[in-house]
Design a protein around this ligand. Structure first.
Ligand SMILES: [Zn+2]
Length: 290
């Protein structure tokens, strides 16, 4: 059993990637597994429509400990905790399991909880590759440091201006807050990339995936010897059990792969100017220039 863990900002198109991967033989998509416990406690639904705590799939997978009693992530601590992430990432790169705040007992327990769920889902579905769309760089580092033989990342990028526009539109955040969140998330992603070693960090751009999905999927799946059978999103099953993810993919409506670049027309000039000033360099570092 292997796990491809998608790491990236929210609103960066990782749900599209998750679904395209899930269409290939032997691949099963979990959605944002780290949120299982919290979403079940909040009464949120599974992609099948049932509340997570009542969904047949997750009820069977969770067995004696129901989803709402599971701790699948540890709430991050304060600023000091964040500052130490970098040092711990360096330890992970050196092949050590760090002993700092990232790896205190509770964080390790949450990683072990996720791993037990990976095993139960792999057993139930027969999948040899699971997709975890949890996205969080620090949660990923827990999983990677604890289970390096099983967990591998895909760092998922999108033009920051697209992320900014999508966040402002979906969450009603101000441009300033959304830009601040973007900058902070890029720092954490960079820490995680360095944690696995830059030469071992598999990257994917949302824009490249939309332009040539087959080539990008083949590149990601080659190490697992999984062929790409289809890129037709119309073949997504109506009943699925992935958790969280973009609201674009809720329900059973059929979809096409379509690059969303509405930000080019719709992003207010002031927001664009502020983004350029505060995050333009970061965005160019990711390869976004025009
Ligand atoms: Zn379900």
């Amino acid at each position: 059993m292997r796990i491809l863990y998608l790491v990236g900002d929210s609103r960066s198109g990782s749900t599209l990637l998750q679904h395209l991967l899930s269409l290939q033989p032997g691949v099963h998509a979990l959605g944002e597994l780290r949120r299982l416990g919290a979403l079940a406690r909040d009464g949120e639904p599974c992609a099948c429509g049932a509340p997570l705590s009542e969904c047949d799939f997750w009820t069977e997978v969770c067995g004696e400990t129901p989803a709402q009693e599971r701790t699948t992530e540890r709430a991050p601590g304060g600023a000091a905790w964040r500052a130490l992430l970098l040092r711990e990432a360096a330890a992970i790169r050196g092949g050590l399991t760090p002993a700092g705040p990232l790896f205190r007992r509770r964080a390790h327990a949450a990683a072990a909880e996720c791993f037990r769920l990976y095993e139960a889902v792999a057993k139930k579905t027969g999948a040899k590759l699971l997709i975890d769309n949890s996205k969080e760089p620090d949660h990923f580092l827990h999983m990677y440091a604890s289970y390096p033989e099983h967990v591998a990342p895909v760092f998922h990028h999108r033009d920051g201006r697209g992320i900014l526009w999508s966040k402002m539109r979906r969450t009603g955040k101000s441009a300033s807050d959304a830009i601040q969140g973007y900058i902070w998330m890029q720092r954490l992603i960079e820490t995680a990339r360095r944690g696995v070693g830059l030469n071992r960090a598999t990257e994917l751009k949302y824009e490249d995936l939309c332009a040539d999905p087959r080539t990008e999927l083949e590149r990601l799946l080659k190490p697992y010897e999984i062929p790409v059978e289809t890129t037709d999103l119309g073949r997504l099953p109506d009943v699925r059990h992935d958790i969280g993810g973009s609201p674009t993919f809720k329900g059973s409506e059929k979809r096409d792969i379509k690059l969303d670049e509405r930000w080019r027309e719709a992003l207010p000039p002031q927001a664009l100017e502020e983004f350029e000033r505060r995050a333009g360099r970061l965005n160019r570092f990711r390869g976004y220039r025009d």
